[in-house]
Design a protein around this ligand. Structure first.
Ligand code: ADP
Ligand code: MG
Length: 349
């Protein structure tokens, strides 16, 4: 899992910028008719016909958003694409193209960028995304990545954060908190590794939560499933920063309140056991952990029969009038105000 510094590396100067881009992108295929022109000219040319175009972009800085001592470059490439696709799916749209811009210092050989692009390529293949451009530069310090995702949707299919109504149900896909607990395990192993580099840890008990941290998935399948079930959410957001802060975004933009029920929050058993081991409250981890990339959405109560019993979904609460505020209803039935961090209000409670 931890990278070692190999010899026999190719310096980037040997290839030059154009050779490098050609080399890194040579295996990528185009999947969409909307891509008229991809890499190779001054700009990509796209045609979404009568559909609306969606655009979302993210900036990732080494040392701030990722740590290469436990994030293999292939995983980083994969994850960097996934987090952007997730934003497009959160609009109930189809993700179709990305651009990738990257700056690296001279401590990165060609082989490092090859690994990074292998991850990008895998994500593009699995999610059927066209890489249509980017930019490449050197950096004086670490690695900087910026990815822009594009997507399309019919105007009437697009779901904003702003249309949740009182009495709507609050629903999440999948389970929460695993990516954060995976990060706790990786951080702990990094410290162990510093003390004893020969230690070969057995992390098999943590494989699910580590995978959720290192190789997250975007919920393209949920967008497709909702369409199949005939459900258009009234509002939707992806869970990148933790359930609490995302619920507050929906409530604020929709001008509503909500009740979230603690005992309904979906947790994988391995998250619960890791929380016990790390002496963390699993509710706090789900509320504040982040990086799960699940979808949080609201639906009209009439649509409940359509997703009832479906293992992909959990109804975690309901929307209220704005003046009732946004609350967590705890297991012992007390109402605790939700805050973006979750932690503070809990400390007081
Ligand atoms: P310009 O000089 O106009 O910025 P570049 O030489 O940077 O053009 O890019 C040439 C082509 O390669 C363009 O199509 C650009 O989008 C693409 N490209 C550049 N860097 C990357 C990258 N890191 N990943 C994918 N495509 C890239
Ligand atoms: Mg350029």
């Amino acid at each position: 899992m931890f990278e070692d510094k190999n010899q026999d590396k190719t310096s980037l100067e040997q290839l030059g910028e154009f050779g490098l881009i050609d080399h890194l992108t040579r295996n990528l295929k185009l999947h969409h008719k909307s891509t008229i022109k991809g890499i190779g000219d001054d700009a990509a040319v796209l045609d979404f016909k009568d559909n609306k175009t969606l655009v979302s972009t993210d900036l990732l800085i080494e040392g701030i958003h990722f740590d290469l001592s436990y994030m293999p470059l292939k995983h980083l490439g994969y994850k960097a694409v996934i987090v952007n696709l997730s934003d497009i799916y959160a609009m109930n749209a189809r993700a179709t193209q990305i651009t990738v811009s990257v700056a690296v210092s001279n401590r990165f050989p060609l082989e490092a960028l090859e690994e990074f692009y292998k991850g990008i390529e895998l994500a593009c293949e699995l999610y059927k995304i066209d890489l249509v451009g980017g930019d490449t530069s050197s950096s004086t310090t670490g690695m900087i990545i910026s990815i822009t995702a594009l997507g399309e949707a019919a105007k009437e299919d697009i779901v904003y954060r702003s249309q949740a109504k009182p009495n709507d149900l609050l629903v999440v896909s999948g389970d929460l908190g695993a990516a954060y607990m995976g990060l706790q395990v990786l951080k702990r192993e990094k410290e162990v590794f510093k003390v004893n580099p020969n230690n070969q840890p057995d992390l098999s008990a943590y494989s699910y939560i580590i995978e959720r941290q290192l190789k997250p998935e975007a919920r393209k399948d949920i967008v497709e499933l909702l369409k199949k079930l005939g459900i258009k959410p009234t509002s939707m957001i992806d869970i990148s920063d933790g359930l609490s802060s995302e619920i507050l975004h929906l409530c604020k933009q929709s001008e509503v309140g909500c009740n979230l029920y603690e005992d309904k929050i979906p947790l994988d058993p391995t998250v619960i056991s890791a929380c016990e081991e790390f002496k963390l409250d699993s509710t706090l981890v789900a509320l504040s952990g982040g990086e799960d990339y699940e979808l949080l959405f609201t639906i009209d109560q009439k649509k409940f029969p359509e997703l009832k019993g479906n293992p992909n979904f959990t109804v975690v609460g309901h929307i209220t009038e704005k003046n009732e505020g946004a609350h967590l209803v705890s297991r012992n039935n007390s109402k605790i105000p939700l805050t973006a961090q979750g932690w503070n209000s809990f400390a007081k409670a």
